[in-house]
Design a protein around this ligand. Structure first.
Ligand SMILES: N[C@@H](CCC(=O)N[C@@H](CS)C(=O)NCC(=O)O)C(=O)O
Length: 211
């Protein structure tokens, strides 16, 4: 069975795990932990940049980048696809997914800055990335308010929810992000109740607990 290499805190990992559950293929993969921060971790043999999620296939093949893994997972089932095939809906779904990914990336950079020794941290960098997260949140709120995600669940809905879940988990904002973003707040409150989301709530990785 293919093995999904994960870190339990990663929003990109969560996106893939929620996608697998929503597509009904979660039982077609097994989960393995990978510590990207440890140069000796076997993940570096499979992904040159040692990023999670990375999917190891039974035939020795490797798939990485969360969106590519989701494409693969979508190919495993015969039901309604969670990444639309028709060009228009596909571009919309992938563009909205990219918005959520940009939010995740900026949130991860804020978190990574916090891992650096205190004297090496850059408040300027943290502010820059936090502002990006805020603008992405504003954009997601606007799109939801305009009804731009009023359709059956797809990768974009999952991505929005996992981006918000990560920013909440890491407490990136000092104030409650819900203030002034009623559409995103309502969307997330509802989506976070899905069993796929409840089963994948982010956790501190074992290697970070020791610190
Ligand atoms: N574009 C990638 C991003 C994956 C990513 O940045 N993963 C982070 C964890 S959230 C990671 O593995 N970081 C380890 C590192 O940068 O060394 C995707 O969508 O899968």
């Amino acid at each position: 069975m293919p093995t999904l290499l994960i870190s339990p805190a990663s929003p990109f990992v969560r996106k893939v795990r929620v996608f697998a559950a929503e597509a009904g293929v979660a039982d077609r993969i097994t989960i393995g932990l990978a510590n990207s921060w440890d140069p000796a971790d076997p993940i570096t043999r499979h992904h040159p940049a040692a990023k999670v999620p990375t999917l190891l296939l039974d035939d020795g093949g490797v798939i990485y980048d969360s969106n590519v893994i989701c494409e693969y997972l979508d190919s495993l089932h015969g039901g309604r696809k969670l990444i639309p095939a028709a060009l228009g809906p596909r571009l919309l779904c992938l563009r909205q997914t990219a918005l959520a990914s940009a939010c995740m990336e900026a949130g991860v950079l804020v978190r990574q800055e916090g891992r650096r020794p205190e004297g090496e941290r850059s408040p300027w960098w943290v502010t820059r990335q936090t502002e990006k997260v805020a603008r992405c949140f504003d954009a997601m709120d606007r799109e939801l308010g305009e009804g731009a995600l009023k359709r059956d669940l797809d990768l974009a809905h999952i991505s929005f929810a996992c981006a918000v879940g990560y920013i909440d988990f890491r407490s990136v904002f000092e104030r409650d992000w819900r203030e002034g973003r009623p559409h995103l707040a309502a969307f997330y409150a509802d989506f976070a109740k899905r069993p796929s989301m409840v089963a994948t709530v982010p956790e501190v990785a074992p290697w970070d607990k020791k610190k």
